[in-house]
Design a protein around this ligand. Sequence first.
Ligand SMILES: *[C@@H]1O[C@H](CO)[C@@H](O)[C@H](O)[C@H]1NC(C)=O
Ligand SMILES: *[C@@H]1O[C@H](CO)[C@@H](O)[C@H](O)[C@H]1NC(C)=O
Length: 433
Amino acid sequence: MKSLTFLFTLITGISALPNPNPLPQDPTPSPAAAPVLPLSSSSRWILDGNNKRIKLRCLNWAGHLETNVPEGLHRQPLEYITSWIASNNFNCVRLTFSSDLTFSGPTTPVHSSFTTVSQQQSKPALINEIYPGIISKNPWITANTTTLDVFAKVVDSLWAKGVMTILDNHVSKASWCCNLTDGNGWWDTASGYNPFNSRFFHTDQWLKSLQFMAAWAKKHRGVVGMGLRNELRAFLLQDLNGRKDWYTNVKKAGDLVHLTNPDLLILVGGAQSSTDLVHLKTKMLDTSGWKGKHVWEMHAYSFTVTFPDPFKNCDLVKAGYGFWSGFVLEQNKAYTGPLIMSEFGVGMQGSDVNGQFEGLNEQDHRYLDCLVGYLKGNDAEWAVWAIQGSYYIREGTIDYDETWGLIDHEWKGWRNEKFRAKIGDLYKVTQGP
Ligand SMILES: *[C@@H]1O[C@H](CO)[C@@H](O)[C@H](O)[C@H]1NC(C)=O
Ligand SMILES: *[C@@H]1O[C@H](CO)[C@@H](O)[C@H](O)[C@H]1NC(C)=O
């Protein structure tokens, strides 16, 4: 999730629509059908273990904040949350983690993690009020349960319901993401180092963290993919070398993850906070190290496009999406690959007085219509941001209310039922290889 806005400097009329291959019917998969693994990619499609198309319809679930524990366990039993996800027909979760989880974290008991963060941030309520909620709702978390044990239980509980997990390396230092001074944006070994954007992003630790999680995932069958890094973003004098650092580091990471766990899909986002893959038009990334496993990522929020009142003209917005990232769906190109819109979302409680915007604000309502239209037209994969209705602690606030959460503060049910209907068409599979 980004809090960063930048200007689309160039919108051309190029619209990147793939060749549509309509399927005879319109099969909407049932939540119970567990996919056959491992997944692979071919052209712009993701295929299951039987080489049939499978469409990823995911939500994001944050686990990358300071405590390194997936959110929500202070509000509901894990089983309740994973059942909610499955029964609402999501077939996958993009589960975010920090590199810290795999350094200081994996053997840290949940209790000590909460104690440490509570002390560091001078927030006694974190350990005195939130932690007791966790063990009361989830008594399987005992004194010895580690943060990584919780990730395991989350992944396994999802998979028991047929829901797949994509692990997403979201940040290096566990914290809310992303801005240009949080130290997590761009590799510290890249050219143009500045501490604001890179002080925590140690390339070697990032690689080790990916390797660790890829190996770990072998014991947790529900993990089907690895997002190499969320929202890469350069700042000041970085990324002035034709994306050289991006090509080098992404390749290293992809090669390493694949070597460690050849079953995983490898998800790669572009520069400028996962909005910009334009460089691929002139130079393809070397993905030969993970053949048949490659997937592109793209993010788009209402604030990503900042030309005046953009969503009044959906065609222009869609052309922009196509120009910056969506073009990778064009078939038979060097860069052709599946594309997952791995973050999009809106505030669920807009200033909608007479109900015409379905509980959203007007701008978000129009943004969502454009975006859903775009994804529908391309039949692309997606992951909505985000399930969490509240956080243990975010940006110093205990039990932070997430107004963008699909689920309410108590993690009980939809925060805005109408949102569900608005993304309903995205579940349909309309094209195929
Ligand atoms: C939990 O940790 C305590 C103290 O280190 C130890 O005595 C106990 O055997 C552990 N329990 C389990 C189930 O590992
Ligand atoms: C950027 O992120 C850091 C770390 O989360 C935070 O301390 C800082 O206040 C943020 N800056 C802005 C402008 O939001």
